[in-house]
Design a protein around this ligand. Structure first.
Ligand SMILES: C[S@@+](CC[C@H](N)C(=O)[O-])C[C@H]1O[C@@H](n2cnc3c(N)ncnc32)[C@H](O)[C@@H]1O
Length: 212
Protein backbone atom coordinates (compact mmCIF):
# COMPACT_ATOMS: atom_id res chain seq x y z
CA UNK A 1 0.00 0.00 0.00
CA UNK A 2 1.19 3.53 -0.76
CA UNK A 3 2.51 5.66 2.07
CA UNK A 4 0.19 8.14 3.72
CA UNK A 5 0.99 11.83 3.13
CA UNK A 6 2.03 12.08 6.80
CA UNK A 7 4.52 9.19 6.40
CA UNK A 8 5.84 10.57 3.11
CA UNK A 9 6.71 13.95 4.61
CA UNK A 10 8.01 12.51 7.90
CA UNK A 11 10.54 10.38 6.00
CA UNK A 12 12.05 13.45 4.34
CA UNK A 13 13.47 14.60 7.68
CA UNK A 14 16.66 13.25 9.16
CA UNK A 15 16.52 11.18 12.33
CA UNK A 16 16.15 13.24 15.51
CA UNK A 17 18.15 11.54 18.25
CA UNK A 18 16.59 13.56 21.10
CA UNK A 19 13.06 12.63 20.04
CA UNK A 20 14.08 9.02 19.38
CA UNK A 21 15.38 8.92 22.97
CA UNK A 22 11.99 10.13 24.20
CA UNK A 23 10.18 7.45 22.20
CA UNK A 24 12.53 4.75 23.53
CA UNK A 25 12.02 5.89 27.13
CA UNK A 26 8.24 5.91 26.68
CA UNK A 27 8.36 2.36 25.35
CA UNK A 28 10.74 1.18 28.09
CA UNK A 29 8.49 2.61 30.82
CA UNK A 30 5.33 1.09 29.31
CA UNK A 31 3.80 4.55 28.85
CA UNK A 32 1.18 5.18 26.14
CA UNK A 33 2.55 6.04 22.70
CA UNK A 34 0.58 9.29 22.39
CA UNK A 35 3.20 12.00 21.90
CA UNK A 36 2.41 14.71 19.39
CA UNK A 37 2.98 13.64 15.76
CA UNK A 38 6.45 14.42 14.30
CA UNK A 39 5.18 17.01 11.80
CA UNK A 40 3.22 18.84 14.49
CA UNK A 41 6.29 18.74 16.75
CA UNK A 42 8.23 20.52 14.00
CA UNK A 43 5.34 22.96 13.60
CA UNK A 44 5.39 23.76 17.34
CA UNK A 45 9.11 24.64 17.18
CA UNK A 46 8.45 26.74 14.08
CA UNK A 47 5.52 28.62 15.63
CA UNK A 48 7.23 29.31 18.97
CA UNK A 49 10.23 30.69 17.11
CA UNK A 50 8.17 32.64 14.54
CA UNK A 51 5.95 34.22 17.21
CA UNK A 52 9.02 35.11 19.32
CA UNK A 53 7.27 33.59 22.33
CA UNK A 54 9.26 33.79 25.56
CA UNK A 55 6.89 31.95 27.89
CA UNK A 56 4.99 28.74 27.17
CA UNK A 57 2.39 26.76 29.10
CA UNK A 58 2.11 23.10 28.13
CA UNK A 59 -0.83 21.08 29.47
CA UNK A 60 0.12 17.37 29.33
CA UNK A 61 3.84 16.47 29.34
CA UNK A 62 3.96 12.66 28.96
CA UNK A 63 7.64 11.86 28.16
CA UNK A 64 8.73 15.32 27.04
CA UNK A 65 8.42 14.95 23.25
CA UNK A 66 6.38 18.12 22.74
CA UNK A 67 8.32 19.80 25.57
CA UNK A 68 11.51 19.40 23.54
CA UNK A 69 9.80 20.69 20.38
CA UNK A 70 8.40 23.71 22.21
CA UNK A 71 11.62 24.57 24.08
CA UNK A 72 13.66 24.39 20.86
CA UNK A 73 11.83 27.48 19.62
CA UNK A 74 12.50 29.57 22.75
CA UNK A 75 15.16 32.27 23.11
CA UNK A 76 17.88 31.61 25.74
CA UNK A 77 15.95 33.42 28.50
CA UNK A 78 12.66 31.67 27.61
CA UNK A 79 10.57 29.59 30.01
CA UNK A 80 8.33 26.54 29.65
CA UNK A 81 5.88 25.58 32.40
CA UNK A 82 4.63 22.04 31.84
CA UNK A 83 1.65 20.53 33.67
CA UNK A 84 1.49 16.77 34.17
CA UNK A 85 -0.86 14.63 36.27
CA UNK A 86 1.57 11.80 36.97
CA UNK A 87 4.83 12.19 38.86
CA UNK A 88 6.50 9.27 37.07
CA UNK A 89 5.75 10.82 33.67
CA UNK A 90 7.03 14.23 34.76
CA UNK A 91 10.25 12.56 36.01
CA UNK A 92 10.81 10.91 32.63
CA UNK A 93 9.97 14.11 30.74
CA UNK A 94 12.41 16.05 32.95
CA UNK A 95 15.20 13.53 32.33
CA UNK A 96 14.56 13.69 28.57
CA UNK A 97 14.59 17.48 28.55
CA UNK A 98 17.91 17.42 30.45
CA UNK A 99 19.42 14.84 28.06
CA UNK A 100 18.49 17.14 25.19
CA UNK A 101 20.25 20.11 26.81
CA UNK A 102 16.91 21.86 27.42
CA UNK A 103 16.38 21.11 31.11
CA UNK A 104 17.00 24.71 32.20
CA UNK A 105 13.92 25.91 30.27
CA UNK A 106 11.30 23.79 32.02
CA UNK A 107 9.38 23.95 35.28
CA UNK A 108 7.20 20.83 35.76
CA UNK A 109 4.07 21.22 37.89
CA UNK A 110 2.73 17.81 38.90
CA UNK A 111 -0.96 17.19 39.66
CA UNK A 112 -4.30 17.90 38.07
CA UNK A 113 -3.85 20.63 35.46
CA UNK A 114 -6.91 22.60 36.60
CA UNK A 115 -5.43 22.95 40.09
CA UNK A 116 -2.00 23.86 38.67
CA UNK A 117 -3.61 26.48 36.43
CA UNK A 118 -5.48 27.97 39.41
CA UNK A 119 -2.14 28.32 41.21
CA UNK A 120 -0.52 29.90 38.15
CA UNK A 121 -3.33 32.47 38.10
CA UNK A 122 -2.74 33.22 41.80
CA UNK A 123 0.98 33.69 40.99
CA UNK A 124 0.03 36.19 38.26
CA UNK A 125 1.72 34.07 35.56
CA UNK A 126 1.26 35.08 31.92
CA UNK A 127 2.19 33.20 28.74
CA UNK A 128 2.81 33.90 25.06
CA UNK A 129 2.17 30.38 23.81
CA UNK A 130 0.01 27.45 24.97
CA UNK A 131 -0.04 23.80 24.02
CA UNK A 132 -3.15 21.90 25.18
CA UNK A 133 -2.60 18.13 25.06
CA UNK A 134 -4.10 16.50 28.17
CA UNK A 135 -7.53 15.05 29.09
CA UNK A 136 -9.90 15.79 26.23
CA UNK A 137 -13.03 16.42 28.34
CA UNK A 138 -11.34 19.48 29.76
CA UNK A 139 -10.26 21.10 26.47
CA UNK A 140 -13.07 23.74 26.61
CA UNK A 141 -12.11 24.56 30.21
CA UNK A 142 -8.38 24.69 29.38
CA UNK A 143 -9.09 27.00 26.46
CA UNK A 144 -10.90 29.49 28.71
CA UNK A 145 -8.08 29.31 31.26
CA UNK A 146 -5.45 29.85 28.57
CA UNK A 147 -7.28 32.97 27.38
CA UNK A 148 -7.22 34.30 30.96
CA UNK A 149 -3.48 33.57 31.30
CA UNK A 150 -2.54 34.97 27.89
CA UNK A 151 -0.37 37.89 26.96
CA UNK A 152 -1.64 40.04 24.11
CA UNK A 153 -1.54 38.18 20.79
CA UNK A 154 -0.75 34.83 22.42
CA UNK A 155 -1.04 31.62 20.40
CA UNK A 156 -2.90 28.49 21.48
CA UNK A 157 -2.23 25.09 19.91
CA UNK A 158 -4.19 21.94 20.79
CA UNK A 159 -3.62 18.36 19.64
CA UNK A 160 -6.03 15.50 18.83
CA UNK A 161 -8.94 17.54 17.53
CA UNK A 162 -10.07 14.57 15.39
CA UNK A 163 -9.90 11.93 18.15
CA UNK A 164 -8.91 9.29 15.58
CA UNK A 165 -12.08 9.99 13.58
CA UNK A 166 -14.52 10.01 16.50
CA UNK A 167 -15.02 13.77 16.22
CA UNK A 168 -16.58 13.43 12.76
CA UNK A 169 -18.54 10.24 13.50
CA UNK A 170 -22.08 11.34 14.46
CA UNK A 171 -22.67 8.01 16.21
CA UNK A 172 -20.01 8.91 18.81
CA UNK A 173 -21.53 10.99 21.59
CA UNK A 174 -19.22 10.36 24.56
CA UNK A 175 -18.03 13.16 26.85
CA UNK A 176 -14.57 13.52 25.22
CA UNK A 177 -16.11 13.70 21.74
CA UNK A 178 -18.72 16.27 22.78
CA UNK A 179 -16.03 18.34 24.52
CA UNK A 180 -13.74 18.29 21.48
CA UNK A 181 -16.61 19.26 19.15
CA UNK A 182 -17.42 22.17 21.44
CA UNK A 183 -13.72 23.11 21.58
CA UNK A 184 -13.40 22.95 17.77
CA UNK A 185 -16.47 25.17 17.29
CA UNK A 186 -15.03 27.70 19.75
CA UNK A 187 -11.70 27.80 17.89
CA UNK A 188 -13.62 28.41 14.64
CA UNK A 189 -16.28 30.85 15.85
CA UNK A 190 -15.29 32.67 19.05
CA UNK A 191 -14.84 36.40 18.35
CA UNK A 192 -11.91 36.52 20.80
CA UNK A 193 -9.89 34.17 18.57
CA UNK A 194 -8.52 33.88 15.04
CA UNK A 195 -8.58 30.13 14.57
CA UNK A 196 -7.46 27.51 12.10
CA UNK A 197 -7.78 23.71 12.07
CA UNK A 198 -5.19 21.42 10.49
CA UNK A 199 -6.57 17.98 9.51
CA UNK A 200 -3.27 16.03 9.18
CA UNK A 201 -2.35 13.30 11.68
CA UNK A 202 -4.98 13.44 14.50
CA UNK A 203 -5.88 17.09 13.91
CA UNK A 204 -4.34 20.22 15.40
CA UNK A 205 -6.12 23.45 16.30
CA UNK A 206 -4.32 26.79 16.28
CA UNK A 207 -5.66 30.12 17.46
CA UNK A 208 -4.31 33.57 18.10
CA UNK A 209 -5.98 35.69 20.73
CA UNK A 210 -7.28 38.83 19.04
CA UNK A 211 -6.09 42.16 20.33
CA UNK A 212 -9.04 44.38 21.29
C1 LIG B 1 -1.29 13.08 24.95
S1 LIG B 1 -0.33 12.97 26.37
C2 LIG B 1 0.73 14.38 26.22
C3 LIG B 1 1.74 14.23 25.13
C4 LIG B 1 2.80 15.30 25.14
N1 LIG B 1 2.19 16.62 25.04
C5 LIG B 1 3.72 15.11 23.96
O1 LIG B 1 3.26 15.35 22.84
O2 LIG B 1 4.88 14.73 24.17
C6 LIG B 1 -1.43 13.51 27.62
C7 LIG B 1 -0.78 13.72 28.97
O3 LIG B 1 -1.70 14.45 29.78
C8 LIG B 1 -1.63 13.95 31.09
N2 LIG B 1 -2.89 14.28 31.77
C9 LIG B 1 -4.10 13.66 31.62
N3 LIG B 1 -5.01 14.25 32.40
C10 LIG B 1 -4.39 15.26 33.03
C11 LIG B 1 -4.81 16.22 33.98
N4 LIG B 1 -6.07 16.28 34.43
N5 LIG B 1 -3.89 17.11 34.43
C12 LIG B 1 -2.60 17.08 33.98
N6 LIG B 1 -2.15 16.18 33.08
C13 LIG B 1 -3.03 15.29 32.62
C14 LIG B 1 -1.40 12.46 30.91
O4 LIG B 1 -0.86 11.88 32.07
C15 LIG B 1 -0.47 12.43 29.71
O5 LIG B 1 0.87 12.43 30.11
Amino acid sequence: MAQSPDQYFDELYKADTDLERVNASIQAAGMPDISVAPGYGRLLTFLVSLSKARSILEIGALGGYSGICLARGLPTEGKLVSLELRQEYADIAKANMASSGLGHFVDYRVGDASASIARLREEGARFDFFFIDADKENYPHYLEECILLANEGAIIAADNTLLRGKTIDEARQGPSVLAIRHFNRTIAQDPRLTGVHLPAYDGLALAQIRTI
